[in-house]
Design a protein around this ligand. Structure first.
Ligand SMILES: [Zn+2]
Length: 251
């Protein structure tokens, strides 16, 4: 990472006293930009602009659970949890929700990027606590997820809580990413990693189909967004889709 970026990170990456999470939504990046675009067949199509204009960016909080991260997204008095980490982590997720002045009753959505145990480990506890929440995952991964209530299947371009589902198969067959166009933020799950600020495709050791995973990275490179957060590794606060596009060009 370039020195300039590191200084920039320091301005917003605030480790809170709990030590369990970082807040990266306090400074707005490029929020004058509304809507998003995706390249289809070589053409740039502007999609979802009308809806995004009505939404504020979600406040995005990262829940650092050791080697894996979960995310909490907040709009107004409502929250979504994306991934749940390893088992026994519901209390750490609750601590982060509380920093926004909310409780489990505000959590209406629990979105799982894929079925791997370090992402769904606490889904039972989270759904028990967030009694009103609907759980979502990619259709092809749902059978692998043990959940106290049914999980709703979501697919490419589905919308949940103003968030856009991006199907990114490869790491697992049903892997999804979660895009907040209003906040210019992409939550990647394990579609990519950024461990030690080294951006890369998914870990081949745990990836079902690397060729398909690389196609999914190329698909993500067609979106435009500033910020990215990963299941494993550090968030990117600016220029994230450009960095992904650069890497995708080498795949
Ligand atoms: Zn995984």
């Amino acid at each position: 990472m370039r020195k300039g970026q590191q200084i920039n990170r320091r301005t917003w990456l605030a480790q809170v006293a709990l030590g369990s999470f970082a807040v990266w939504s306090e400074i707005n990046f490029g929020l004058g930009r509304r809507g998003w675009s995706v390249a289809i067949g070589g053409r740039d199509l502007a999609i979802g602009v009308a809806h995004a204009q009505n939404l504020e960016p979600a406040q995005a909080l990262q829940v650092n659970l050791g080697f894996v991260n979960a995310s909490v997204l907040i709009r107004g008095k409502e929250a979504a949890v994306v991934d749940t980490g390893t088992p026994n982590n519901a209390s750490k997720i609750a601590d982060v929700i509380r920093t926004a002045g909310l409780g489990w009753d505000a959590v209406h959505h629990v979105i799982l990027t894929h079925y791997h145990p370090d992402h769904i480990g606490s889904v039972g506890e989270v759904l028990a606590a967030a009694a009103k929440a609907t759980a979502y995952a990619g259709a092809a991964d749902i059978a692998q997820i043990k959940s106290p209530r049914p999980i709703k299947a979501v697919g490419d371009n589905d919308e949940v809580f103003g968030l856009r589902v991006i199907a990114t198969p490869g790491h697992t067959p049903g892997h999804i990413c979660v895009f907040d166009p209003a906040g210019s933020l992409l939550i990647l799950g394990d579609a990519m990693n950024n461990i030690g600020n080294k951006l890369g495709g998914p870990n081949p050791q745990y990836t079902a189909d690397m060729a398909q995973a690389h196609q999914s990275v190329k698909k993500l490179a067609g979106l435009t967004f500033q910020r990215a957060v990963f299941g494993h590794g550090e968030p990117i606060d600016k220029g994230a889709s450009q960095a992904i596009a650069k890497l995708a060009g080498t795949m």
